[in-house]
Design a protein around this ligand. Structure first.
Ligand SMILES: C[S@@+](CC[C@H](N)C(=O)[O-])C[C@H]1O[C@@H](n2cnc3c(N)ncnc32)[C@H](O)[C@@H]1O
Length: 250
């Protein structure tokens, strides 16, 4: 479903200034990186759908290597570069304002392809298709995707997702999809629900409070939808969430 531009603009405004634009956690990422299949000492890295760069900055710091960081929201990319400068990492980040589905990078040019909470924008299957050619022969991709944790899903969650995210699948179905897309899954890691609240929803609630009296009707709709999303996650976080899929080129 394509969201109206005014809704996307309000979403971007609501997320402005936040470290993360979606669920994630630095400690979780560090533990995941510690277990990755071997990579070159200075891997060529991409963070696709980087938002304000939570992943890109961590990866740059961790590997001391250049990260191509792409997002179509110029606001987030600018915020990332201000933070990169503050952390002394600006030389490691190659900022790109662009469409993650139209990356014209040379085939096989990325050793570590990272994408957190973003692939669904071009459908998970579409992301796998678009990004597989970018991965080097011995490369590693880490892509997070929201999935059902129960099979079959509880009816209340299935009905909610039919509206909220019709493309959602179980982890088993996503593993099948990945393995049929020229990748091979080597590990799955579920992001704990607490990371949604501590690093994403609670900071976002502060922005919602700051914009609570906005005269913009679209902003009011975005705030109401976001509050409903949080409420639903609070009630059903055992039923669905983000899984980070670690994969190599098959
Ligand atoms: C949920 S946010 C996650 C951002 C970041 N990875 C994080 O974890 O904080 C999804 C991001 O995808 C970006 N995005 C959505 N559609 C896109 C597209 N077609 N091309 C590039 N970026 C896109 C949004 O602007 C947003 O920053």
């Amino acid at each position: 479903m394509q969201l109206p531009q005014a809704y996307i603009d309000a979403l971007i405004a609501l997320h402005r200034g936040l470290k993360r634009q979606g669920p994630g956690d630095d400690g979780f990422t560090e533990r995941l990186l510690a277990d990755l299949p071997p990579l070159p000492a200075r891997p060529k890295i991409a963070d696709i759908g980087c938002g304000a760069g939570a992943g890109a900055l961590l990866l740059a710091r961790h590997y001391r290597a250049t990260v191509r960081a792409v997002d179509f929201a110029a606001d987030f990319v600018e915020q990332m570069m201000r933070e990169a400068a503050r952390q002394g990492l600006a030389d490691y980040i190659e900022p790109i304002v662009g469409d993650m589905g139209q990356l014209d990078w040379p085939p096989g040019s990325i050793d570590l392809l990272w994408s957190e909470g973003a692939a669904y924008n071009i459908t998970f299957a579409g992301a796998l298709r678009a990004w597989r050619p970018l991965l080097a022969a011995n490369g590693v991709a880490v892509i997070s995707e929201m999935n059902h944790f129960r099979d079959p899903p509880a009816p209340v969650v299935r009905d909610y997702m039919a509206e909220a995210y019709p493309g959602i699948q179980t982890e088993a179905a996503n593993v099948e999809r990945i393995n049929a897309s020229g990748f091979a899954v080597t590990a799955l890691r579920r992001l704990p629900a607490a990371c949604w609240w501590d690093n994403y929803y609670e900071p976002l609630q502060a922005n919602m409070a700051a914009l609570a009296h906005s005269p913009d009707a679209v902003m009011q709709a975005v705030i109401a939808d976001t509050a409903a999303e949080m409420q639903f996650f609070g009630d059903h976080h055992r039923d669905y969430g983000y899984t980070y899929y670690v994969m190599t080129a098959a």
